[in-house]
Design a protein around this ligand. Structure first.
Ligand code: GLU
Length: 418
């Protein structure tokens, strides 16, 4: 059994590749290559804990494919991280970056740790040592990490500093999603959430709904969900529910998002935000809304709850939130699912902008970043929607088909498939 490819999340992803591959007559050699990650690095990272103990944390970097450019993808800190999850997430990055037209391949990393249980010192030591262990395999021209679940711009600052110390000079382009002061891009923090909203804007047009009429529920109020809520609210949409680890809050008239953001800054969680009804993290998925945006973790929409979903549109801010059996149920019920590799692509698009700005040492205004991001997201949406209409398939198969067409061309040209 191959530990990289045998997990259900990886298998699920490969089934989508096979479906879309059949549709576009994917070259069998290209399919065989894409079914396996190129390389996986497993490291055991020692950390001196605040109480004096030594604790080992296992970390991973999986480099899936580099046909289009250097490996690119985030680093996740979460207690459930394992090799096969990271491999699946790395594969999704290959397909996402191809779909979005970026000159980047796909990779992903992670450490099995609950970051909320570590002190700042412990987190810094973990990050620095993890970076040192994977440092021979990353670099601005090789593999460029970024934030993901459980990591942020501070994590990236430590990674940049450790990598630069190891190599002997400052290399800001080794990571993206870093603080502005040390080479980050304006607009990177909000990019994934903003991209989700650009996709919502396009998707509601399909069902003839205006943004100002749309009722939206967002699962997750972290880096993706919170910014999606802010941007949707700014466009006049009604964000009726959001959730985080404390559960969900609901008000059918809509939440005041700027007030909620201030509330969460003070109270850390959305729970008990005045004027709202408490709901659970599974109830939020079943609300009577127009748009549901799962923006937390994978595997939350399954065959158990897919029948209960009332939203007409699902926009996947998270990677892999819908299982394959659930996807089939949603498709039968006429729910339009805008898949992860399209819907949450805003993050890596602005990571690409950041990487480019670091190479030329010329930085863009936030307006430039947002305009360029909008252009790429709208174009990707239109391409996927046109593909789905022409081939009479759902948006997930269409997005993968479109992504595979570009990858296949690159592989044939480079001689990786024949
Ligand atoms: N972690 C994000 C994702 O899943 C961003 C990756 C990046 O910016 O490289 O797409």
């Amino acid at each position: 059994m191959n530990p990289l490819t045998s997990g259900p999340f990886y298998q699920n992803t490969m089934k989508i590749v096979e479906d879309a591959g059949r549709l576009i007559n994917l070259n069998p050699n290209a399919l065989e290559r894409l079914r396996f990650p190129r390389r996986a690095i497993v490291v055991n990272v020692p950390v001196k804990m605040d109480d004096g103990r030594l604790k080992i944390f296992t970390g991973y970097r999986v480099q899936h494919n580099q046909m289009l450019g250097p490996f690119k993808g985030g680093i996740r800190y979460h207690q459930n991280v394992d090799l096969s999850e990271v491999a699946a997430l790395a594969a999704l990055m290959t397909f996402k970056n191809s779909l979005l037209g970026l000159p980047l391949g796909g990779g992903k990393g992670g450490v099995q740790v609950d970051p909320t249980l570590l002190s700042r010192n412990e987190l810094e030591e973990l990050t620095r040592r993890f970076t040192a262990e994977i440092s021979p395999f990353i670099g601005p021209d090789k593999d460029i990490p970024a934030p993901d679940v459980g990591t942020d711009s501070q994590t990236m600052a430590w990674m940049l500093d450790t990598y630069s110390t190891d190599t002997g000079y400052s290399q800001t382009g080794v990571v993206t999603g870093k603080p502005i002061e040390i080479g980050g891009s304006l607009g990177r923090d909000s990019a994934t959430g903003l991209g989700v909203v650009y996709v919502i804007e396009k998707a509601v047009q399909i069902i003839n709904l205006k943004m100002t009429e749309a009722r939206i529920a967002i699962q997750g109020f972290g880096k993706v969900g919170m910014h999606a809520a802010i941007e949707a609210y700014a466009l006049g949409a009604r964000v009726v529910a959001v959730s985080d680890i404390s559960g969900g809050i609901y008000n059918e008239k809509g939440l005041n998002i700027p007030d909620l953001v201030r509330y969460v800054k003070e109270n850390k969680v959305v729970k008990d935000f005045p004027g709202t009804q408490h709901i659970s993290n599974s109830e939020i998925l079943e609300l009577p809304v127009d748009v549901l945006a799962p923006c937390a973790l994978e595997g939350v929409i399954t065959e158990k709850n897919a029948h209960e979903i009332k939203a007409k549109i699902i926009v996947e801010g998270a990677n892999g939130p819908t299982t394959r059996p659930a996807d089939e149920i949603l498709h039968k019920n006429g729910v339009i699912v805008c898949p992860d590799i399209l819907a949450n692509g805003g993050g890596v698009v602005v990571s690409y902008f950041e990487w480019v700005q670091d190479i030329v040492w010329l930085f863009w205004t936030e307006e430039e970043v947002r305009n360029k991001l909008r252009e790429i997201m709208y174009k990707a949406f239109d391409k996927v929607y046109a593909f789905s209409q022409k081939s009479e398939v759902n948006m997930r198969t269409a997005a993968m088909g479109s992504s595979l067409e570009r990858l296949q061309r690159a592989m044939m040209l480079r001689g990786s498939a024949w």
